[in-house]
Design a binder for this molecule. Structure first.
Ligand code: SF4
Length: 347
């Protein structure tokens, strides 16, 4: 992947207004007690998170599976209902809107899924799949629909030969292009991309990521890009938020977060990316320990059972997410020490 780097996009992005402001967002799921009975338990999937997204920006949301990043994306689009907090889109709290009131906003906020096949109707041809949202939102009518669909196919690298085909006739990468064309059809301003390339081969991943960057430039899109792959996140993001057990533990410009992480979890994640040089693999350090259950998270800092920097204070007091300088936020009592365990091969 060699196109824009995070640094390039930072330079190209002047101070723009926020398109999205997430404030104290919360979501817990009730977990049934099992065959032996007992009380229902609460799983805090998203626990009081806040962040902003500027117009035209890409914010990467990264963390191990089950950390709450996909739930966050769904809450923002109201595919799931939040328990509390605010999601301000263009200044309007969409969590307070009725289903009817939110309908016109739906067009502006689209989602790209990991598995586009499951969201494409297998009985519909490509032309119908992409023209459907155009008709629903009144964006094209009659004879204007087909040329608009062909233009969208061209934009995502498909051709007019694909117009009459069914989704099963496409490869994984082509189906993701189809999902992108359908999302683009309604001219959104925000796209939540939930692991959009993780099911694809490496070479195809690069093509789809490059396509997402191209259309971002062309259509002025803003992305919340959710992934567990740190390389993909680094390549596409202007800023990165790291989630652990339903909370944001670090948030900074991508270049800075990768160069000098201020949270031990981020450092551990970066260390756990395999080194491609076989002579230097001894430095590869997998992240130790299991993610604790979000049903009964550890007290104090929830990362303390896995943290090489942990001290007694960490078990007693949860560290707040605070600015450690230059808008580099981290939730760690000892963030100034982070770097001691950094794999020197990674940077
Ligand atoms: Fe580790 Fe303590 Fe920082 Fe938590 S607060 S990440 S346990 S050093």
């Amino acid at each position: 992947m060699t196109r824009l780097t995070a640094g390039d996009t930072n330079l190209k992005m002047p101070n723009r207004p926020n398109l999205l402001e997430v404030r104290n967002l919360k979501k817990a799921f009730s977990v049934s007690p099992g065959p032996l009975g007992g009380r229902h338990l609460k799983l805090r999937a998203v626990n009081n998170i806040s962040f902003d997204l500027k117009q035209g920006e890409t914010l990467g949301l990264v963390g191990e599976s089950g950390c709450g990043k996909s739930t966050t994306g769904k809450l923002i689009l109201r595919l799931l209902e939040a328990d509390g907090g605010q999601v301000l889109f263009g200044g309007q709290d969409i969590l307070q809107l009725s289903r009817k009131q939110i309908r016109p906003l739906r067009r502006q906020m689209q989602m790209i899924f990991q598995d586009p096949y499951s969201s494409l109707n297998p009985r519909m041809r490509v032309g119908e799949i992409i023209s459907e949202p155009l008709k629903i939102h009144g964006l094209a009518q009659g004879g204007d629909i087909r040329p608009e669909v062909l233009r969208l196919l061209d934009t995502v690298g498909l051709t007019k030969e694909h117009y009459n085909r069914y989704p099963h006739e496409f490869s994984g990468g082509q189906r993701q292009r189809l999902g992108i064309a359908r999302a683009l059809a309604v001219r959104p301003s925000l796209i939540v991309a939930d692991e959009p390339v993780s099911a694809l081969d490496l070479s195809i991943q690069a093509q789809v990521v490059n396509l997402l960057q191209d259309i971002q430039q062309e259509f002025g899109l803003t992305y919340l890009f959710i992934a567990h792959d740190l390389s993909v996140i680094e390549h596409i993001s202007d800023r990165v938020a790291v989630m652990y057990l339903g909370q944001i533990v670090e948030l900074a410009k991508a270049e800075e977060l990768y160069r000098a992480p201020r949270h031990p979890y981020t450092e551990a994640l970066l260390n756990s990316v395999p080194v491609p040089d076989p002579n230097r693999r001894h430095i590869y350090k997998p992240l130790s320990g299991e993610v604790p259950s979000p049903i009964s998270p550890p007290p104090g800092c929830t990362f303390h059972p896995r943290c090489p920097y942990a001290r007694p204070l960490c078990k007693e007091a949860a560290p707040p997410l605070e600015d450690k300088g230059s808008e580099h936020l981290a939730a760690c009592h000892f963030s100034e020490e982070v770097g001691k365990f950094r794999n020197p091969v990674r940077r």
